[in-house]
Design a protein around this ligand. Structure first.
Ligand code: SAM
Length: 235
């Protein structure tokens, strides 16, 4: 899968994704991440890509022309016009289901805004998906883009090794994951739950499901309610 990030800060993206599991996937050629500098498409000698908002108000707005030109050049080089995800606090909140959906694409463009955002006409022309990473406002779309790249790429076949499988993780079955333990058996006087040492697979699975349900009910009552509805459980 190939991610193409349209940004004013390409270094931020490239430095952020080249480590850990995404870094390994890039090195192995399973995933690629390219960062297109929107400023390269400024089309003026001062490389200016922003201007004051019509109607007044604080800050600067990224101009439509460089954003569209950056996308058009990318689309031309790919020979198709891929889906464009605009990172914005005004979008649908990113979740595992969206990550699964994006992971089916061969090419995915992620557009990062900065300052007060991007001229609406560019968004109307190229954006297919408006995605937020939560109800707070960040300085730019680069960190959100990295969040999306990380979550999506670990669902691309071949990115995670078997031992890192995504299948049992939080949200995959609509529940949060059960608590995890590793050696030593006793840490500061606290023992690992006995069932996990029993070697009894069915009991371990039963315990894990119970714990998943317990913590989903406690921390994410919205998910717990949906789980109960799906499974015909009365609350
Ligand atoms: N004026 C915009 C508004 O009120 O909706 C906020 C602009 S924000 C300062 C600059 C850029 O950061 C946005 O264009 C977007 O790309 C990114 N951004 C900020 N918060 C975000 C969030 N919660 N999720 C995704 N992107 C975000």
């Amino acid at each position: 899968m190939n991610f193409h990030v349209l940004t004013l800060f390409p270094d931020m993206i490239l430095q952020g994704v080249n480590t850990s599991i995404t870094g390994r996937a890039i090195k192995n050629g399973v995933v690629s991440v390219s960062a297109v500098n929107i400023r390269d498409y400024a089309g003026n000698k001062h490389m200016k890509v922003d201007d004051y908002p019509y109607g007044g108000g604080a800050g600067l707005v990224m101009q439509a022309a460089p954003v569209c030109a950056a996308y058009d050049a990318l689309a031309e080089s790919l020979g198709k016009r891929p889906r464009v995800v605009y990172m914005t606090p005004q979008g649908y909140t990113f979740n595992q289901k969206m990550a699964q959906d994006f992971a089916k694409e061969e090419e995915l463009v992620i557009l990062c805004g900065h300052y007060e955002g991007i001229d609406e006409r560019a968004l109307e022309r190229i954006v297919t998906d408006y995605v937020s990473i939560g109800d707070y406002v960040l300085t730019g779309g680069e960190l959100p883009a990295m969040v999306v790249i990380d979550a999506v790429s670990r669902l691309v076949p071949g990115v995670l090794h078997n031992s890192e499988s995504a299948e049992t993780e939080s949200f995959e079955n609509g529940l949060l994951e059960y608590p995890q333990y590793t050696r030593p058996e006793v840490f500061e006087g606290k023992r690992v739950p006995e069932v996990l040492l029993s070697g009894h697979h069915a009991n371990v699975e039963k315990w894990r499901l119970e714990k998943s349900i317990e913590r989903t009910k406690k921390y994410r009552p919205d998910l717990y309610q949906a789980y109960c509805e799906r499974n015909g459980i009365g609350i």
